[in-house]
Write a protein that binds this ligand. Sequence first.
Ligand code: R5P
Length: 320
Amino acid sequence: MNRLCLISGRSHRQLAKSVAQKLGKRLTPVEIKNFANGEIYVRIGRKVRGEDVFVIESMVEPVNENLMETLILVDALRRASVGKINLICPFLAYCRQDRKAVSREPITAKLVANLLTAAGVNRLVTIDLHADQIQGFYDIPLDHFVGYPQFAKYIKARRWRRVVVAAPDVGGVKRANKLADLLGVRLVIIDKVRREHNKAQVAHVVGEIRDKTVVILDDIVDTGGSVVEAAAVFKKRGAKRVIVAASHALLSGNARERLAASQVDEFVFLDTVPGLKEKRMIKKTKVLSIGPLLAKVIDRIHREKSLGELFVWEKKVRVL
Ligand code: R5P
Protein backbone atom coordinates (compact mmCIF):
# COMPACT_ATOMS: atom_id res chain seq x y z
CA MET A 1 0.00 0.00 0.00
CA ASN A 2 1.33 3.47 -0.90
CA ARG A 3 2.17 5.81 1.96
CA LEU A 4 -0.64 8.18 3.06
CA CYS A 5 0.23 11.87 2.71
CA LEU A 6 -2.03 14.53 4.25
CA ILE A 7 -1.72 18.07 2.96
CA SER A 8 -3.49 21.20 4.11
CA GLY A 9 -3.97 24.33 2.04
CA ARG A 10 -4.45 27.67 3.78
CA SER A 11 -8.26 27.69 3.65
CA HIS A 12 -9.14 25.52 6.67
CA ARG A 13 -6.04 24.45 8.62
CA GLN A 14 -8.10 23.98 11.78
CA LEU A 15 -10.12 21.18 10.15
CA ALA A 16 -7.03 19.65 8.50
CA LYS A 17 -5.25 19.52 11.86
CA SER A 18 -8.21 17.85 13.55
CA VAL A 19 -8.42 15.24 10.75
CA ALA A 20 -4.67 14.58 11.01
CA GLN A 21 -4.98 14.17 14.78
CA LYS A 22 -7.85 11.68 14.41
CA LEU A 23 -5.79 9.68 11.91
CA GLY A 24 -2.69 9.86 14.09
CA LYS A 25 -0.74 11.35 11.15
CA ARG A 26 1.30 14.49 10.62
CA LEU A 27 0.47 17.05 7.96
CA THR A 28 3.12 17.03 5.23
CA PRO A 29 4.95 20.38 5.21
CA VAL A 30 4.09 22.66 2.30
CA GLU A 31 5.26 26.17 1.60
CA ILE A 32 2.48 28.38 0.28
CA LYS A 33 2.91 32.12 -0.18
CA ASN A 34 1.94 34.97 -2.45
CA PHE A 35 4.26 36.91 -4.73
CA ALA A 36 4.09 40.70 -4.55
CA ASN A 37 1.49 40.80 -7.32
CA GLY A 38 -0.74 38.21 -5.63
CA GLU A 39 0.25 35.12 -7.65
CA ILE A 40 0.48 31.97 -5.52
CA TYR A 41 3.68 29.98 -4.95
CA VAL A 42 3.58 26.38 -3.69
CA ARG A 43 6.36 23.92 -2.86
CA ILE A 44 5.84 20.51 -1.28
CA GLY A 45 8.27 20.22 1.65
CA ARG A 46 9.47 16.62 1.10
CA LYS A 47 9.58 13.83 -1.47
CA VAL A 48 6.09 12.45 -2.13
CA ARG A 49 6.70 10.17 -5.13
CA GLY A 50 4.09 7.43 -5.43
CA GLU A 51 2.17 8.49 -2.30
CA ASP A 52 -1.59 8.43 -1.76
CA VAL A 53 -2.20 12.14 -1.24
CA PHE A 54 -5.19 13.76 0.47
CA VAL A 55 -5.42 17.52 0.03
CA ILE A 56 -7.76 19.34 2.43
CA GLU A 57 -9.05 22.64 1.04
CA SER A 58 -12.46 24.25 1.51
CA MET A 59 -13.39 26.84 -1.12
CA VAL A 60 -14.46 29.47 1.37
CA GLU A 61 -13.72 33.19 1.30
CA PRO A 62 -11.58 34.39 -0.44
CA VAL A 63 -13.19 31.93 -2.85
CA ASN A 64 -11.18 32.67 -5.99
CA GLU A 65 -7.87 32.66 -4.09
CA ASN A 66 -8.69 29.30 -2.50
CA LEU A 67 -9.84 27.79 -5.78
CA MET A 68 -6.63 28.91 -7.50
CA GLU A 69 -4.53 27.70 -4.56
CA THR A 70 -6.16 24.27 -4.82
CA LEU A 71 -5.36 24.06 -8.54
CA ILE A 72 -1.72 25.10 -8.02
CA LEU A 73 -1.26 22.71 -5.09
CA VAL A 74 -2.66 19.83 -7.15
CA ASP A 75 -0.41 20.79 -10.08
CA ALA A 76 2.67 20.75 -7.81
CA LEU A 77 1.70 17.29 -6.50
CA ARG A 78 1.09 15.85 -9.96
CA ARG A 79 4.47 17.12 -11.15
CA ALA A 80 6.06 15.59 -8.04
CA SER A 81 4.91 12.16 -9.30
CA VAL A 82 2.51 11.29 -6.48
CA GLY A 83 0.33 8.19 -6.78
CA LYS A 84 -3.23 9.48 -6.44
CA ILE A 85 -4.54 12.95 -5.60
CA ASN A 86 -7.70 12.89 -3.48
CA LEU A 87 -9.22 16.31 -2.91
CA ILE A 88 -11.16 16.66 0.34
CA CYS A 89 -13.20 19.78 -0.31
CA PRO A 90 -15.92 20.17 2.35
CA PHE A 91 -17.36 23.29 0.70
CA LEU A 92 -17.17 23.27 -3.09
CA ALA A 93 -17.72 26.80 -4.38
CA TYR A 94 -19.54 27.93 -7.52
CA CYS A 95 -22.10 25.11 -7.31
CA ARG A 96 -25.10 27.43 -7.19
CA GLN A 97 -24.57 28.24 -10.87
CA ASP A 98 -25.31 24.70 -12.01
CA ARG A 99 -27.43 25.56 -15.05
CA LYS A 100 -28.23 28.50 -17.27
CA ALA A 101 -31.16 30.14 -15.47
CA VAL A 102 -31.32 32.82 -18.17
CA SER A 103 -29.50 33.12 -21.46
CA ARG A 104 -25.82 34.14 -21.72
CA GLU A 105 -24.90 32.83 -18.24
CA PRO A 106 -22.00 30.47 -17.42
CA ILE A 107 -22.31 27.08 -15.71
CA THR A 108 -19.61 27.53 -13.10
CA ALA A 109 -20.20 24.22 -11.32
CA LYS A 110 -19.15 22.44 -14.52
CA LEU A 111 -16.25 24.85 -15.12
CA VAL A 112 -14.86 24.08 -11.63
CA ALA A 113 -15.23 20.34 -12.31
CA ASN A 114 -13.24 20.77 -15.54
CA LEU A 115 -10.53 22.82 -13.81
CA LEU A 116 -10.06 20.38 -10.92
CA THR A 117 -9.93 17.40 -13.22
CA ALA A 118 -7.53 19.10 -15.66
CA ALA A 119 -5.21 20.05 -12.79
CA GLY A 120 -4.95 16.37 -11.80
CA VAL A 121 -7.51 15.58 -9.08
CA ASN A 122 -8.23 11.82 -9.19
CA ARG A 123 -11.02 11.73 -6.62
CA LEU A 124 -13.22 14.31 -4.93
CA VAL A 125 -14.83 14.06 -1.49
CA THR A 126 -17.30 16.80 -0.62
CA ILE A 127 -20.19 17.64 1.68
CA ASP A 128 -23.70 18.74 0.69
CA LEU A 129 -23.43 19.79 -2.91
CA HIS A 130 -25.97 22.45 -3.79
CA ALA A 131 -27.67 19.86 -6.05
CA ASP A 132 -27.01 16.10 -6.19
CA GLN A 133 -26.85 16.23 -9.99
CA ILE A 134 -23.53 18.12 -9.86
CA GLN A 135 -21.96 14.68 -9.26
CA GLY A 136 -22.56 14.07 -12.97
CA PHE A 137 -20.28 16.99 -13.90
CA TYR A 138 -17.33 14.86 -12.73
CA ASP A 139 -15.89 11.90 -14.63
CA ILE A 140 -13.71 10.92 -11.66
CA PRO A 141 -14.99 9.16 -8.49
CA LEU A 142 -16.88 11.62 -6.29
CA ASP A 143 -17.95 10.75 -2.75
CA HIS A 144 -20.80 12.98 -1.67
CA PHE A 145 -21.53 13.12 2.06
CA VAL A 146 -24.49 14.92 3.57
CA GLY A 147 -25.06 16.84 6.78
CA TYR A 148 -28.62 15.94 7.67
CA PRO A 149 -27.87 12.67 9.56
CA GLN A 150 -25.73 14.73 11.98
CA PHE A 151 -28.50 17.32 12.26
CA ALA A 152 -31.06 14.56 12.90
CA LYS A 153 -28.98 13.18 15.76
CA TYR A 154 -28.61 16.63 17.30
CA ILE A 155 -32.32 17.49 16.94
CA LYS A 156 -33.39 14.16 18.47
CA ALA A 157 -31.11 14.77 21.44
CA ARG A 158 -32.75 18.17 22.06
CA ARG A 159 -36.11 16.37 22.56
CA TRP A 160 -38.18 19.19 21.09
CA ARG A 161 -41.84 18.30 20.63
CA ARG A 162 -44.07 18.97 17.62
CA VAL A 163 -41.16 19.34 15.21
CA VAL A 164 -41.59 20.01 11.47
CA VAL A 165 -38.81 20.35 8.87
CA ALA A 166 -38.98 23.27 6.44
CA ALA A 167 -37.42 23.37 2.97
CA PRO A 168 -36.33 26.99 2.38
CA ASP A 169 -37.10 26.75 -1.34
CA VAL A 170 -38.40 24.26 -3.87
CA GLY A 171 -34.81 23.17 -4.71
CA GLY A 172 -34.30 22.07 -1.09
CA VAL A 173 -37.39 19.85 -0.84
CA LYS A 174 -35.59 16.53 -1.40
CA ARG A 175 -32.97 17.28 1.23
CA ALA A 176 -35.54 18.50 3.77
CA ASN A 177 -37.77 15.50 3.07
CA LYS A 178 -34.91 13.15 3.94
CA LEU A 179 -34.35 14.88 7.28
CA ALA A 180 -38.10 14.81 7.95
CA ASP A 181 -38.04 11.07 7.16
CA LEU A 182 -35.16 10.44 9.57
CA LEU A 183 -36.99 12.36 12.32
CA GLY A 184 -40.41 10.89 11.45
CA VAL A 185 -42.00 14.36 11.15
CA ARG A 186 -43.94 16.39 8.57
CA LEU A 187 -42.48 18.61 5.86
CA VAL A 188 -43.18 22.31 5.26
CA ILE A 189 -42.23 24.03 1.99
CA ILE A 190 -41.40 27.67 1.47
CA ASP A 191 -42.00 29.17 -1.92
CA LYS A 192 -39.03 31.57 -2.12
CA VAL A 193 -38.60 34.20 -4.82
CA ARG A 194 -35.46 36.17 -5.71
CA ARG A 195 -36.00 39.43 -7.56
CA GLU A 196 -32.21 39.95 -7.63
CA HIS A 197 -29.08 38.01 -6.55
CA ASN A 198 -28.61 37.67 -2.77
CA LYS A 199 -32.12 39.01 -1.97
CA ALA A 200 -34.73 36.42 -0.97
CA GLN A 201 -38.45 36.84 -0.23
CA VAL A 202 -41.01 34.33 1.08
CA ALA A 203 -43.99 34.21 -1.26
CA HIS A 204 -45.98 31.29 0.27
CA VAL A 205 -45.69 28.63 2.98
CA VAL A 206 -47.12 25.16 2.38
CA GLY A 207 -47.75 23.16 5.58
CA GLU A 208 -48.72 23.57 9.25
CA ILE A 209 -46.39 25.57 11.50
CA ARG A 210 -48.55 26.98 14.33
CA ASP A 211 -47.15 26.00 17.78
CA LYS A 212 -44.44 23.90 16.13
CA THR A 213 -40.67 23.82 16.37
CA VAL A 214 -39.71 24.53 12.77
CA VAL A 215 -36.30 23.27 11.61
CA ILE A 216 -35.24 25.07 8.43
CA LEU A 217 -32.71 22.87 6.59
CA ASP A 218 -30.48 24.56 4.02
CA ASP A 219 -27.17 23.75 2.34
CA ILE A 220 -25.80 27.29 2.55
CA VAL A 221 -26.34 30.34 4.73
CA ASP A 222 -24.64 33.11 2.78
CA THR A 223 -26.03 36.60 3.43
CA GLY A 224 -28.54 35.00 5.80
CA GLY A 225 -31.41 36.63 3.91
CA SER A 226 -33.32 33.41 3.15
CA VAL A 227 -33.39 32.02 6.68
CA VAL A 228 -33.91 35.37 8.44
CA GLU A 229 -36.89 36.18 6.24
CA ALA A 230 -38.32 32.64 6.64
CA ALA A 231 -37.94 32.76 10.44
CA ALA A 232 -39.77 36.09 10.62
CA VAL A 233 -42.66 34.71 8.55
CA PHE A 234 -42.83 31.51 10.66
CA LYS A 235 -42.86 33.42 13.94
CA LYS A 236 -45.52 35.80 12.64
CA ARG A 237 -47.68 32.80 11.74
CA GLY A 238 -47.38 31.27 15.21
CA ALA A 239 -44.33 28.97 15.16
CA LYS A 240 -43.13 28.27 18.69
CA ARG A 241 -39.44 27.99 17.88
CA VAL A 242 -37.33 28.32 14.71
CA ILE A 243 -34.08 26.39 14.30
CA VAL A 244 -31.77 26.71 11.31
CA ALA A 245 -29.63 23.70 10.36
CA ALA A 246 -27.19 24.37 7.51
CA SER A 247 -24.02 22.70 6.28
CA HIS A 248 -22.09 25.69 4.98
CA ALA A 249 -22.20 28.86 7.09
CA LEU A 250 -20.53 31.23 4.64
CA LEU A 251 -21.85 34.26 6.55
CA SER A 252 -20.80 36.86 4.01
CA GLY A 253 -20.90 40.61 4.60
CA ASN A 254 -22.93 41.54 7.68
CA ALA A 255 -24.57 38.10 7.96
CA ARG A 256 -23.35 37.61 11.54
CA GLU A 257 -25.09 40.75 12.80
CA ARG A 258 -28.15 39.90 10.73
CA LEU A 259 -28.41 36.38 12.17
CA ALA A 260 -27.75 37.60 15.72
CA ALA A 261 -30.64 40.07 15.41
CA SER A 262 -32.99 37.55 13.72
CA GLN A 263 -35.93 35.63 15.14
CA VAL A 264 -34.08 32.34 14.77
CA ASP A 265 -33.76 30.66 18.18
CA GLU A 266 -30.79 28.47 17.35
CA PHE A 267 -28.35 27.82 14.50
CA VAL A 268 -26.71 24.45 13.93
CA PHE A 269 -23.84 24.48 11.44
CA LEU A 270 -21.18 22.04 10.23
CA ASP A 271 -17.56 23.23 10.39
CA THR A 272 -17.00 23.14 6.61
CA VAL A 273 -16.17 26.85 6.97
CA PRO A 274 -13.42 27.97 9.39
CA GLY A 275 -13.77 30.37 12.31
CA LEU A 276 -17.31 29.51 13.45
CA LYS A 277 -16.28 28.71 16.99
CA GLU A 278 -14.42 31.97 17.43
CA LYS A 279 -15.89 34.87 19.35
CA ARG A 280 -16.98 36.76 16.23
CA MET A 281 -19.70 34.13 15.84
CA ILE A 282 -23.19 34.73 17.17
CA LYS A 283 -24.06 33.20 20.55
CA LYS A 284 -27.04 31.03 19.70
CA THR A 285 -24.95 28.66 17.56
CA LYS A 286 -23.95 25.02 17.79
CA VAL A 287 -21.14 23.79 15.51
CA LEU A 288 -20.97 20.08 14.65
CA SER A 289 -17.61 18.86 13.39
CA ILE A 290 -17.19 16.83 10.22
CA GLY A 291 -13.56 16.08 11.17
CA PRO A 292 -14.26 12.58 12.56
CA LEU A 293 -16.26 11.63 9.44
CA LEU A 294 -13.55 12.91 7.09
CA ALA A 295 -10.88 11.00 9.00
CA LYS A 296 -12.88 7.76 8.55
CA VAL A 297 -13.42 8.52 4.86
CA ILE A 298 -9.69 9.14 4.25
CA ASP A 299 -8.72 6.00 6.12
CA ARG A 300 -11.15 3.88 4.09
CA ILE A 301 -10.21 5.37 0.73
CA HIS A 302 -6.53 4.81 1.54
CA ARG A 303 -7.12 1.18 2.54
CA GLU A 304 -9.38 0.70 -0.51
CA LYS A 305 -12.29 -0.23 1.72
CA SER A 306 -15.91 0.46 0.83
CA LEU A 307 -17.43 3.74 1.98
CA GLY A 308 -20.88 2.13 1.96
CA GLU A 309 -20.95 1.68 5.73
CA LEU A 310 -20.53 5.43 6.17
CA PHE A 311 -23.57 6.20 4.00
CA VAL A 312 -25.77 5.25 6.96
CA TRP A 313 -28.69 7.44 5.94
CA GLU A 314 -29.25 5.47 2.73
CA LYS A 315 -30.51 2.52 4.77
CA LYS A 316 -33.10 4.61 6.61
CA VAL A 317 -34.64 6.96 4.06
CA ARG A 318 -36.51 6.36 0.88
CA VAL A 319 -34.58 7.34 -2.23
CA LEU A 320 -36.37 10.11 -4.10
C1 R5P B 1 -30.09 28.69 -2.50
O1 R5P B 1 -30.58 28.08 -3.43
C2 R5P B 1 -29.32 28.07 -1.39
O2 R5P B 1 -29.77 26.78 -1.11
C3 R5P B 1 -29.38 28.92 -0.13
O3 R5P B 1 -30.72 28.99 0.30
C4 R5P B 1 -28.88 30.30 -0.39
O4 R5P B 1 -27.64 30.26 -1.02
C5 R5P B 1 -28.78 31.10 0.89
O5 R5P B 1 -28.35 32.38 0.57
P1 R5P B 1 -28.65 33.61 1.52
O6 R5P B 1 -28.20 33.24 2.91
O7 R5P B 1 -27.82 34.72 0.93
O8 R5P B 1 -30.11 33.90 1.45
